[in-house]
Design a protein around this ligand. Structure first.
Ligand SMILES: CC(C)(COP(=O)(O)OP(=O)(O)OC[C@H]1O[C@@H](n2cnc3c(N)ncnc32)[C@H](O)[C@@H]1OP(=O)(O)O)[C@@H](O)C(=O)NCCC(=O)NCCS
Length: 177
């Protein structure tokens, strides 16, 4: 989906990404081990401008995904993404994921703000009632960002997923309408 909408946050905005938004900083950020440590799919293969463009295209064509770019007022290029995916209208549910691929932007409230506006949009514009995010137990920043955006812990998945080869717990947080 590529809805024609822009969402304001303190110090910036979000809008759905298009292929021409893809820039080298985005590709390099996804390949940065500091950034992709907890991003299972992203680090499964080396990202290239082509693979990232293909990802943007797939989300634009998908009726169940919206890939948002996050822009700050300081930068002409986007510094992160929020992906709403697995939208299931029958149950009114979806999944959400976030990546600020510019570490200089971490710890300023940007993550929580971006999660918050996309979640609000999903509830108001798509009529969803349950939006969930999974975070590796060790990813404290992610869990705190979701909590700060109004999410609540829903359930744990112990031992199913591997992090750096070892079984770990994925903690699932949910926002409810
Ligand atoms: C996870 C991520 C989105 C957090 O975004 P952020 O903008 O740095 O987070 P915020 O500044 O909004 O902080 C939200 C909360 O987390 C806390 N926090 C931020 N970084 C932290 C860290 N490294 N350790 C512990 N807490 C941290 C903040 O203090 C804040 O807590 P509070 O609301 O209780 O005061 C960002 O670090 C990121 O994109 N990381 C790489 C990709 C990733 O791991 N994505 C999530 C996959 S599930």
């Amino acid at each position: 989906m590529t809805p024609e909408v822009s969402l304001s946050i303190d110090g910036g905005f979000l809008r759905p990404l298009v292929e021409t938004d893809v820039h080298q900083g985005y590709v390099d950020g996804l390949n940065d081990p500091q950034v992709n440590r907890y991003l299972d799919g992203v680090k499964a293969s080396v990202q290239t401008a082509q693979s990232v463009c293909d990802f943007v295209t797939a989300d634009r064509r998908s009726p169940s995904s919206v890939l948002w770019g996050i822009w700050t007022h300081e930068s002409a290029r986007h510094v992160g993404t929020v992906r709403l995916h697995g939208v299931e209208h029958r149950h009114g549910t979806a999944h959400i994921g976030i990546c600020l691929f510019e570490p200089r932007c971490w710890g300023r409230g940007l993550g929580a703000a971006a999660i918050g506006v996309v979640t609000r949009w999903a509830i108001d514009a798509l009529g969803l009632r349950w939006i969930e995010a999974g975070a590796y137990e060790a990813n404290v920043a992610s869990q705190r960002a979701f909590l700060s955006a109004g999410y609540a812990w829903a359930f744990d998945i112990p031992g199913k997923y591997l992090l750096e080869g070892a079984p770990t717990t994925v903690k699932v947080y949910a926002a409810r309408a």
